[in-house]
Every structure is written in C-alpha cells, then in structure tokens.
Write a protein that binds this ligand. Structure first.
Ligand code: NAD
Length: 470
C-alpha cells in the first residue's frame, strides 16, 4: 500500500491544494508514497500560524523547553525502527546506517535540550551594569537536502525550538518522509503552530526564501541553491545559516600506516555512498605511499556488498537519485576519456535501482572535473604528489572549504599541515567526524554560519545589549 502524507499547518494535517508528488525508493524505483504539494497560500497560512505561536512559545521557560525536547527525543527513540525504515526506503542507505542516523538525531535532540542560553555580564561598576542577552528571532524556515534527511532536519529544528523560535520545515521532495515523521512527533509536544511542514516540488523552497514574515533561514544544500537563497533573502535581510557544498581534500604524508589509513579514508570517502557534505572527496598521497594506499583502498571497495539497503548483507546502497547518478557517470567518463585509471567500479550496475559501486580513480590530473567538481557520490580520485607544498596548494586551490584532513605518522607534523588547510574543519588522522558540542561549518563558498555547540545555538538568536545606568 502506498501511504499519502499531508502538510502540517497550525497543528492540523492538511491536503495540498495541488496534485500530490511521488516519493521513490532508489533501490527499486518503486513509488513508496505520495506527498502533498503546498501552495504559496498554504505557506502563508503556515507562516501566520508560526508567527502567532511565537508570541507564546518565546515566553515558555527554558526548563519547560528542555523537558519538551527530551520528551521528543524519547518518542523518536521509541519510533526508531519506523524512522530507520522510512530512511532506507526514501534515501537508500543500508539499514545499519539509517539506524545510526536516527541515533544521531536523538543525540542532537538531547544535546539541544540540555543547552543553556547564557546572559553575559559584560561590565559592572558603581555607575552601570551591562549585560548581553540573547532573544529568539521569530519564524525560522528549515530547508534540508536528501542525503541525511532525518538528522539534518534535527540539526535545524532542535536548536531553533530550544532558542524559542517557531519553525517551518521544508524537506527535500526526494526524501520528505522521515522529516514528516519527526514533525509529527514534535507536534505532539508543542503548542499548535510551533512546528509546521510544507512539502512540495513546485518552487515552495524559493517562496519560503522570499517570504517577508520569515526571520531566518537555515539551509543545507548545494552552493548554487544557497546563492539563490541568499539573493532572495536580501530584500527582507533574513538571518542565514548556509551549509553548502564541500570538496574536502585529504593529504597523506610519507610514512603513514597504510592499512589503518586505508580503512579511515574509505570510511570518510564513501560514507553514505559518498553523499555526505564533509566526505573526503580528493585524496593527495605522497609518492612513497601512493601505490600501496591505492591498492589497499581498491581491496576495501571490492569487499563491499552493493545492494538494497533492506537486505541484511548490504554494506553499500544506491545513489539517491537519477540526477546524482548521471553526474557521477559523467564525471567518471570524463576522467576515463582523459586517460585516468579506473581501478575498480566505474560502471553503473546492470540492475534496477541507482546502483554505482565504490570507485577508485588513479593517474588522474588535478585539473580533471572529477577532482574540481563536488562529485557527491561513490567515487574517489587519488592524486600523487612529491612536494608537500604542492599538495597543500592543490588542496587549497578550491572554491569551497568545508572540511579537510591530514594523515601521517607524526601527529604534531600532521597538525601543522592541517592548520594550513582552507577549511571550516581540519581533521588529523581522521575525517568527517562531527559531534553535537563542536561547531561545524564551512568557509569560502561552503557557506557561513555554524551548526552545533553554543555557537550553533546562538545563530538562532539575536542579541540585545542591556545597559543599565545606576
Ligand atoms: P539542493 O540545493 O538541490 O537542495 C537542497 C534543498 O533546497 C531541497 O530541500 C530543495 O528542494 C531546496 N531548494 C531547491 N531549490 C531551491 C530554491 N531555489 N530556493 C530554496 N530552496 C530550494 O541540494 P541537494 O541536492 O538536496 O543536496 C546536496 C548538496 O547539499 C551537496 O552540494 C552537499 O554538499 C550539500 N550538503 C551540505 C551540507 C553541509 O552541512 N554543508 C550537508 C549536506 C549536504
């Protein structure tokens, strides 16, 4: 049976006024659900509801908001199997990974619940007292991508609510189902209108970015869409957090332990079939380790069991959608055409579904498209270097700067190199590690603003300086 999902506006589940859209399973290409298409008028209603709800929600005590977020985390925990199943069905990732995504969501919900919003005493003298306060912004819109649909929705919504804002959620039309479930759970615990969801594939995201009564947009997605969000938000000077594309480089220094590094590099490069913003996407390896590390990575790729995420034996799922698969094929073919060596994978599997096996490319130019463009899929180009300065220059010769890493036997030496990377996060002997209490965000065209930690929470507030003359 195909389920149908509606919009949540002011605590009521409503039909879209337009024809529903279909959600497909990327492993089978079967339609698994239909979803309501929100109209601009319905977006207006959702924003009106959120504006009204803000008047009360902003004044709910911190202690009560904290309890509510913990209750939401409890309910997510109880529904974890159902949510993981929705994630596999809509996104494609193997079940173990989907379970991890739900667990991550719970961890971030509980972290947001426990956060405190500080009042900072700036100065106190006999004449004056100066305090820095933080206030909620109002209506926050969350626009999310299709790669980690549930966890990223939590990353946006939990701190927004914790800080006292009300929320309009707009998930990717490719993967709306687990977010709708999250919103349904949140709505059990908050007053009507505090959380709303408008799904759609007919420009509803763009309408959100132009809406005059939305105060902030927290957006995770591609750099071109982020640029459009920023352009549209300019007229009403909306606050923005833009978590955009990345093309993370990793540098492997001479003398690195090959087996340990191969396992770590594989995990970071092919996490979620490479469809992770801060996945390792370009690998620069010193010539002394180049052959051995490439061979070790090929071995790990060949051990993967590519298949439907619901099958117990599957370790590697499909690419999420046709456009992404087409891009991967295009980039690999371009590299092949220019003489690169496709060491393993490199061809779409001859079966139903968007399956593309993990692919290692060597003898590839640093100027090739597969290195220069964010491939956001199961492909890793490996570039040989002789001089470390060249490797650092190649790593930094990039428009985006989300994460980056350096791997080597001497962690102090590797740290010195890591600090020279132009990226929002620099890892040493690991990559793509994130946690709720450490600010995460990019530089250059990977966007601005951070998520997580106190810095992330404060992005959902505006400051008010209170100056008291005694
Ligand atoms: P996308 O930009 O195509 O879509 C993201 C969201 O924006 C979707 O909900 C989409 O419907 C919506 N959207 C599309 N056009 C819009 C418009 N004109 N105005 C407003 N919203 C619009 O991105 P995607 O393909 O879903 O995700 C992949 C990209 O996301 C990759 O580039 C990846 O690196 C990036 N990403 C970044 C992070 C991060 O934290 N930096 C995390 C995950 C993904």
């Amino acid at each position: 049976m195909i389920n149908h999902y509606k919009l949540l506006i002011n605590g009521q589940w409503q039909e879209g006024a337009d024809q529903a859209f279909e959600v497909k399973n990327p492993s089978t290409l079967e339609t698994i659900a239909t979803c309501a298409n929100a109209t601009p008028e319905q977006l207006d209603l959702a924003v009106e509801a959120a504006t009204e709800a803000f008047k009360h929600w902003r004044n709910v005590s911190h202690a009560e908001k904290q309890q509510i977020l913990h209750r939401i985390a409890d309910d997510v925990t109880e529904a974890r199997d159902e949510i993981a199943t929705l994630i596999v069905a809509e996104q494609g990732k193997p079940l173990f990974l989907a379970r991890g995504e739900v667990e991550g969501g719970v961890a971030w919900l509980r972290y947001a619940a426990d956060q405190e919003i500080p009042v900072e005493l700036v100065e106190e003298t006999a004449e004056k007292r100066i305090e820095l306060h933080r206030k909620p912004l109002g209506v926050v819109a969350s626009i999310t991508p299709w790669n980690w649909p549930f966890m990223i929705a939590v990353w946006h919504i939990a701190p927004a609510l914790r800080a006292g804002n009300t929320v309009i959620s707009k998930p990717s039309s490719l993967t709306p189902l687990s977010t709708i479930k999250l919103v349904e759970i949140i709505n059990r615990h908050v007053p009507q209108g505090v959380i709303n969801i408008v799904t759609g594939e007919r420009g509803i995201g763009s309408a959100i970015t132009q809406h005059s009564a939305i105060q902030k947009i927290v957006f995770t997605g591609s750099t071109p869409t982020g640029q459009s969000v920023m352009r549209n938000a300019a007229d009403t000077l909306k606050r923005l957090t833009l978590e955009l594309g990345g093309n993370d480089a990793a540098i492997v220094l001479p003398g690195t332990d090959i087996n340990k590094t191969a396992a770590g590099v594989f995990a970071a490069a092919f996490l979620n079939m490479g469809q992770t913003c801060a996945a390792l996407k370009r690998l620069y390896v010193h010539e002394s380790e180049y052959e051995a590390l490439s061979a070790a990575l090929v071995r790990i790729c060949q051990e993967q069991v590519v298949g439907d995420g619901f099958e117990e034996s599957t370790t590697f799922g499909p690419v999420q959608n046709q456009a992404q698969l087409d891009l991967i094929i295009d980039l690999v073919e371009d590299a092949r055409h220019h003489g690169a060596n496709i060491m393993c994978g490199g061809e779409r599997l001859n079966r139903e579904g968007y399956f593309f096996p993990p692919t290692i490319i060597t003898d590839v130019s640093n100027h090739s498209r597969v290195v220069k463009e964010e491939q956001f899929g199961p492909v890793l180009p490996i570039i040989k270097y002789t001089d470390l300065e060249d490797a650092i220059a190649m790593a930094n010769d990039c428009e985006v700067g989300l994460g980056g890493s350096v791997w080597g036997p001497d962690s102090n030496a590797a740290t010195v190199v890591a600090s020279r990377l132009e990226s929002g996060v620099a890892w040493v002997n690991t990559h793509a590690q994130i946690q709720p209490n450490t600010p995460f965000g990019g530089c250059k065209m990977s966007g601005f603003g951070v998520e997580f930690g106190l810095e992330g929470l404060l992005e959902f507030t505006s400051h008010q300086l209170l100056y008291l003359s005694k």
